[in-house]
Design a protein around this ligand. Structure first.
Ligand code: GLP
Length: 261
């Protein structure tokens, strides 16, 4: 795991977007895992800018979103498919047939989870997975006690997640209590991972995920086991980390980051 601390939310989002853009330029048929949430809006905004200003080409990119609420049809304004269409897809030259989501309104949820796992496999696996983190430590919707080897499945959401996400629904009572999510094992199979977290409200959970023990109580701590995971945070989200000086030194001095400074 590698930790990069940038001064502000905007800087952290810019670095994340530039990292994704670099990966797309290296491999135009990139299989890109995508995340939703408020934190990601700035990343998608910058990717749209890079598409318009620098011709970043999404035409061959294949995407797989991490999760979807159970019971919401794809056109529902709070569905993650709708979020992605509004935040990114409608503003870049992506082929919508190359964008994949678990179908939250599928008649057979277990069969849908198996279908999603095979679709990822058929594309050759995820090259780069983008992640946010929930206050419960979740990645995707892998709530506490999610098995490290778990695959795409239905998961019941915790009260902390309900409290975090329900204000995004016009009527908070309407937020589904279950979601389909890639498993921790599915996520760990990605070749490379970026986790982006910003703001003071994430400082506690970031300290646990990065410097705490690997535990299924904090699903994001499983990322410590991944050989190529970059955690990009702002100063506020990094405020409870013990080894900040070391992380700053790495970003300022390691040649891998030359293109991004
Ligand atoms: C949802 C998503 C997660 C995301 C989290 C963070 O719960 N399922 O993938 O990481 O939101 O949300 P925010 O960026 O709004 O804090």
């Amino acid at each position: 795991m590698e930790v990069v601390i940038r001064p502000t939310h905007e800087d952290a989002a810019e670095l994340t977007a530039r990292f994704i853009a670099h990966a797309i330029r290296q491999k135009p048929k990139l299989v890109l895992g995508l995340a939703t949430g408020r934190t990601m809006e700035a990343v998608y905004h910058i990717l749209v800018r890079l598409h318009k200003d620098e011709g970043l080409d999404f035409s061959l990119v294949e995407t797989f979103n991490l999760d979807e609420y159970i019971g919401l049809p794809p056109a529902h304004p709070q569905s993650y498919r709708h979020y992605m269409r509004e935040q990114l897809f409608k503003n870049v030259n992506i082929d919508l047939r190359n964008t994949h989501f678990p179908r939250g309104n599928a008649p057979d949820i277990e069969a849908e989870c198996r279908r999603y796992e095979s679709a990822i496999r058929e594309c050759g696996g995820i090259d780069l997975q983008l992640l946010g983190i929930g206050r419960s430590g979740h990645i995707g919707f892998n709530e506490p006690l999610s098995a490290m080897f778990s695959r795409t499945r239905a998961k019941a959401l915790t009260p902390a997640t309900m409290a975090q996400n329900s204000p995004l629904f016009p009527n908070p009572e309407d937020m589904p209590r279950r979601a389909i999510t890639m498993g921790v094992g599915t996520i760990l199979d990605s070749k490379e991972i970026i986790l982006l977290a910003t703001g003071e409200e994430k400082a506690g959970v970031i300290a646990k995920a990065v410097e705490g023990p690997v535990t299924s109580m904090i699903s994001a701590s499983a990322l410590q086991l991944h050989p190529s995971c970059h955690v990009i945070i702002d100063e506020a989200a990094g405020s409870k980390l013990q080894n900040k000086d070391y992380y700053h030194w790495i970003f300022d001095n390691e040649p891998d980051w030359d293109d991004y400074r």
